[in-house]
Ligand binder design. Structure first.
Ligand code: HEC
Length: 149
């Protein structure tokens, strides 16, 4: 029995690829309930660099429909939204807002956000030093306006 000839192996891989396309993947955009309100400038930058993972306004690119990439991306979005969701920002208690704003400045300063893999696929998310500063300054200033009730 030589079923593992290169030609068969190739066919088996193709078959696996086809079969995994049928695994259901969650790629939903739930309703935007309490969106963050910030200046046009800040919103514009965040929409191009953060909203795909941190809002319910995710733009799902074509490759997000192809397994196994789809699994990875849907996981990033689910995880991203769970940690920080600008579409539900208004529902966050003051204390949570403060913490998230602090983390936003920190993650951007540290170069951890947006995720490097995302930036490779989305050149508009490759923020300039000025754009990063706009977001950092906004996060710091917004911390002074949060009311702790
Ligand atoms: C490709 C998806 C993706 C993009 C784009 C992205 N993030 Fe994230 N972000 C995540 C994920 C996933 C996490 C969860 C933590 C982890 O797994 O590293 C996270 C975590 C965070 C956290 C930490 C929250 C916590 O509770 O610890 C902050 C703050 C954050 N992101 C801010 C941003 C900002 C600001 C941008 C845009 C400049 C951005 N992210 C872009 C996926 C993303």
């Amino acid at each position: 029995m030589k079923i593992f000839k290169p030609k068969n192996l190739f066919l088996i891989l193709i078959l696996i690829f086809i079969i995994i396309q049928f695994v259901p993947v969650e790629k939903t955009n739930p309703p935007v309930t309490a969106p963050l309100r910030a200046s046009d400038d800040v919103t514009h930058i965040m929409k191009s660099a953060c909203y795909d993972c941190h809002s319910n306004e995710t733009v799902w690119p074509w490759y997000s429909h192809v397994a196994p990439v789809s699994w990875l991306l849907s996981d990033h979005v689910r995880n991203g939204r769970r940690h920080l969701n600008f579409s539900a920002w208004g529902e966050y208690p003051g204390k949570r807002k403060l913490k998230k704003l602090d983390e936003i400045a920190e993650e951007i300063e540290g170069g951890n956000m947006p995720l490097a893999g995302y930036v490779k696929m989305h050149s508009e998310a490759n923020l300039s030093a000025e754009q990063k500063q706009v977001l950092i300054d906004w996060a710091h200033a917004a911390m002074d306006t949060v009311s702790l009730d």
